[in-house]
Design a protein around this ligand. Structure first.
Ligand SMILES: NCC(=O)CCC(=O)O
Ligand SMILES: [Mg+2]
Length: 336
């Protein structure tokens, strides 16, 4: 892939020659961003005909299901292949045992069914993890202050099944429990959901860039100064990401994801080069918020930095990007 010299010598060799004109820059361009690369995360909330702004995510609203359906139709008309649905569960339904996660009539299942009824040519992705449903804000069940692995995995299997039954196309375990891909794949297959795809949040880091997402789903207060370091990865590590991805692939993941995005481009590159499988990256809420805040202050050009950041993921080797910028980026790509 990387050509090794000789590179010639100045003045015969002038790299700027290829950059002189737009047509020549297009001729030598190595990577492309397409609407096909975008996955649009959408927050759903109870109610009707309501959009609720999220202060730390300017331009992103929580949507009642009827509006989420309209946005799904917009995703299809923009050519965005997949939307990812995240529930803002009412506080009174959040419990230590996370029963709402396995309620077939919970918010996310209702949203999936309502969107599926429209017969749109888009995929629906749903997270599997307990944090939208837990009163403690953790992604799993907690016993004696520790997030317990195997009991959590049993819950995740049940959660995956009700989401698949609602019509979810891609199950995306984001919990970072060990062995959950194997267990979820077997549970799905056992219940005749062999066709349901799994996108594993395989290398998910214990990052501080998730803050605004937790505001959006109302879990930031619940975590109360705690952290997820006993299950999410240490930002210092890269070999560990290879091991995590290897395990998830051998357990049956169809696609893998790295999260967060921009500070972890080295991880994306390493995973793509090591495994050569469909690899996705999540440009998380904190990354979105940083660009919006700087642009809001007039310090950065939002459209240009947005498109540059998305291209950077492609250059690093990602096949696609989960990004809150998906609709804006799709509009810009359509204009060309
Ligand atoms: N499992 C989904 C997330 O945690 C999203 C994080 C973010 O956007 O900050
Ligand atoms: Mg793992």
């Amino acid at each position: 892939m990387t050509a090794i010299g000789p590179f010639g010598e100045y003045p015969q060799t002038r790299p700027r020659r290829n950059r002189q004109t737009d047509w020549s820059r297009r001729l030598v361009r190595e990577n492309y961003l397409s609407v096909d690369n975008l996955i649009w995360p959408i927050f759903v909330q109870p109610g009707k005909a309501t959009r609720t702004p999220i202060a730390s995510l300017p331009g992103v609203d929580r949507l009642s299901i009827d509006i989420a359906v309209e946005e799904a139709q917009r995703a299809e008309s923009l050519g965005i292949p997949v939307i990812a649905l995240f529930p803002a569960t009412p506080t009174e339904l959040k419990t230590p045992q996370c029963e709402e996660a396995i309620n077939p009539d919970n918010l996310v299942c209702q949203a999936v069914r309502a969107i599926k009824e429209k017969g749109l040519d888009i995929g629906i992705l749903c997270d599997v993890a307990l944090d939208p449903y837990s009163s403690h804000g953790h992604d799993g069940l907690v016993k004696d202050g520790y997030v317990v692995n195997d009991e959590t995995v049993e819950m995740l299997c049940r959660q995956a099944i009700i989401q698949a039954a609602a019509g979810c196309d891609i199950i995306a375990p984001s919990d970072m429990m060990d062995g959950r891909i194997d267990a979820i794949r077997k549970a799905l297959d056992h219940d005749q959901y062999q066709h349901v795809q799994i996108m594993a949040y395989a290398a998910k880091y214990a990052s501080a860039f998730y803050g605004p997402f937790r505001d959006a789903v109302g879990s930031s207060g619940n975590l109360a100064g705690g952290d997820k370091k006993t299950y999410q990865m240490d930002p210092a590590n890269t070999d560990e990401a290879i091991r995590e991805v290897g395990l998830d692939l051998s357990e049956g993941a169809d696609m893998v994801m790295v999260k967060p995005g921009m500070p972890y481009l080295d991880i994306v590159r390493r995973i793509k080069e090591t495994f050569a499988v469909p690899t996705y990256v999540y440009q998380v809420s904190g990354e979105y918020a940083m660009l919006q805040a700087a642009a809001g202050n007039g310090w950065l050009d939002l459209e240009k930095t947005m498109m540059e950041s998305l291209m950077a993921f492609k250059r690093a080797g990602a096949n696609g990007i989960l990004t809150y910028f998906a609709p804006q980026a799709a509009e810009l790509l359509r204009k060309g």
